[in-house]
Design a binder for this molecule. Structure first.
Ligand SMILES: [Zn+2]
Length: 194
């Protein structure tokens, strides 16, 4: 493959929960119902939706992405963060030191996260095969070109994340602000720079 094609998937605002936080919000031992399996073996989006309450406004219905994680994490777009009144930094998922917190309200309880609110840094998941063929490893930074009818865009500062899988995998994750900036929905893009 000489053209490095990646499928670009758009992530709406969502929440990852620890088992403990899920217990507080939904009741002890509660299991989330699957609304949709995510591409690339990335877990699932829940049927359940809970409220994110910021100092300036509230989003009443935000989906949770399962399964549970070691740390709770809220992923927003910059536009979402501004609307809620929280100053969320751009971070790679899981890099949560020094990030702001926010209030979550579920059907069985509420809690105040003391950190974990981020704007996810755009990235491309690739498999072992793509990693070898393209000469890219985790932490490498590339640019990805997306062609659309009237807002084509090259996304720089895109991090590579290699997953150990024998299956073909080349999946980029961007948020709704980034998708809107390029006038796009889920579609293909191409790695154009290293
Ligand atoms: Zn991702």
């Amino acid at each position: 493959m000489d053209k490095k094609e990646v499928f670009v998937d758009v992530s709406a605002r969502h929440i990852h929960l620890t088992r403990e936080d899920q217990d507080v919000l939904f009741g002890k031992g509660y299991e989330l119902e699957v609304h949709k399996e995510l591409a690339g073996g990335g877990g699932f989006a829940s049927k359940e939706q809970i409220a994110i309450v910021g100092p300036r406004s509230t989003f009443p219905k935000v989906r949770i992405l399962g399964p549970c994680r070691k740390e709770s994490q809220v992923e927003l777009s910059k536009t979402d963060a501004r609307a809620l009144g929280v100053d969320a930094p751009v971070r790679i998922s899981g890099d949560l030191a020094g990030t702001p917190g926010i209030k979550l309200v579920g059907p069985a309880g509420e809690l105040e996260l003391d950190h974990g609110v981020i704007v996810a840094k755009r990235h491309v998941h690739i498999g072992t095969k793509q990693s070898e063929e393209w000469g890219l490893k985790t932490g490498d930074v590339v640019a990805v070109r997306v062609d659309t009818p009237d807002r084509s865009l090259i996304f720089g500062d895109t991090e590579i994340r290699v997953q150990k899988t024998e299956e073909d995998l080349a999946l980029m994750h961007i948020d709704t602000d980034e998708a809107n900036a390029a006038g796009m929905g889920p579609q293909s893009g191409f790695i154009v720079e290293f």
